[in-house]
Design a binder for this molecule. Structure first.
Ligand SMILES: Cc1cc2nc3c(=O)[nH]c(=O)nc-3n(C[C@H](O)[C@H](O)[C@H](O)COP(=O)(O)O)c2cc1C
Length: 342
């Protein structure tokens, strides 16, 4: 189910007929549309043909397993699931919550499969740092506080944009976008620790600021490619990793089309405890994501004013994204916002 929702997102939002060129692509496209029509036997037959043409992609294997499970073919379902589960992109919750897989739950192979996913998750999580290393610091250009574009015009015209021009962004532009998202707008002298410097461009429940923002720079003038953490207090970037793979980043975002042409991306995470320590469950269930929405909308509006395209991406693999960004263990990834010239 989870994968089918992701597939639908991509299908509905991108309109990419070029993908129909190859036999494998044609077969799996046809299979996934049969899945959406609940014609599982036809979908399974198409997936089988596709896997004879080419080794299955992880999402296609997963969907084929769903079709096989519904069609009462547990051997095929486990064969496809075991192959799919070798990938970090397959999340345990998908398996546990997917109603298509219910018929497999009483089979011993089910528990073995879940245990193997658990041990993979553990090994990734233990490889993540408890705290960020103190990397080199890059001072960002100061944000500008005026523009020719009105707030009304930006609200009217902002859109989620998934294709970008093949040209770099400037460090001034990414600086402006980061500031709009979470920059300091009201410094407080001797601010308490939780405030981390003062009030910001986006509101936050209790001024607890549970979010962290990363910049993944791919093609930004005057900034080396790399993964950076944004430090709002000082409007600086801290280098987390100079060596990283955009391809792995794209994989973590299920290779949605944005990744092909984006020049950079802002990635949001949250340390929920910053909010739940004060607000308990209400903080986790409501406030953190409300904070995220306020901040991300600022990026949409600021991006419009700079003639830059962006799109809130919520469909990605949590574990793969944490790994590629080198998040700390306590962080929960929330949004990817790709950026590129329109
Ligand atoms: C929580 C959330 C998650 C989203 N996830 C994705 C995504 O994974 N991929 C994508 O292309 N668009 C994603 N979007 C963008 C929506 O598809 C988009 O906002 C919607 O189609 C309305 O279009 P508009 O933003 O241009 O008004 C997401 C939006 C929100 C609010």
């Amino acid at each position: 189910m989870m994968i089918k929702v992701v597939a639908l997102f991509i299908l509905v939002s991108c309109f990419i007929p070029a993908l129909f060129a190859q036999e494998y692509d044609q077969l799996v496209m046809e299979a996934s549309s049969r899945m959406l029509d609940s014609d599982y036997q036809a979908a399974l037959d198409l997936y089988r043909q596709a896997f004879m043409a080419e080794e299955g992609d992880v999402f296609d294997l997963y969907n084929a397993a769903c079709a096989a499970a519904v069609c009462d073919s547990p051997d095929a379902a486990f064969m496809y699931l075991e192959k799919a589960a070798n990938s970090i992109l397959v999340e345990k919750e998908w398996l546990e919550e997917d109603e298509d897989l219910l018929s497999l739950h009483s089979d011993n192979r089910w528990f073995t499969l879940l245990a193997s996913i658990d041990s993979r998750i553990d090994s990734v999580l233990t490889s993540l740092p408890e705290e960020h290393p103190q990397g080199p610091v890059i001072e960002l250009p100061q944000p500008r506080l005026s523009s020719d574009v009105s707030v009304e015009e930006a609200m009217q015209n902002r859109r989620s944009i998934r294709f970008y021009e093949d040209s770099p962004l400037t460090i001034t532009e990414v600086s402006q976008l980061l500031w709009s998202a979470y920059g300091l707008s009201y410094p407080v002298e001797n601010a308490p620790d939780f405030l981390r410097g003062g009030l910001r461009t986006a509101p936050s429940a209790g001024a607890l600021y549970p979010l962290d923002l990363y910049l993944v720079a791919r093609n930004v003038t005057d900034l080396d490619p790399g993964i950076y953490l944004y430090r709002s207090e000082t409007h600086e970037l801290i280098l987390i990793a100079g060596e990283y793979s955009w391809e792995e980043f794209s994989n973590a975002g299920f290779n949605q089309l944005h990744f092909e042409t984006a020049a950079a991306a802002i990635v949001y995470s949250a340390v929920f405890e910053r909010c739940t320590d004060i607000y308990g469950d209400r903080g986790a269930e409501r406030y953190v994501c409300m904070d995220l929405g306020h901040s991300a909308e600022n990026i949409y509006l600021q991006a419009y004013a700079l003639n830059i395209g962006t799109c809130a991406i919520g469909a990605f693999s949590d574990l793969a994204l944490k790994q590629v960004i080198r998040m700390t263990r306590a962080e929960v990834p929330l949004y990817i916002m790709p950026l590129g010239k329109v």
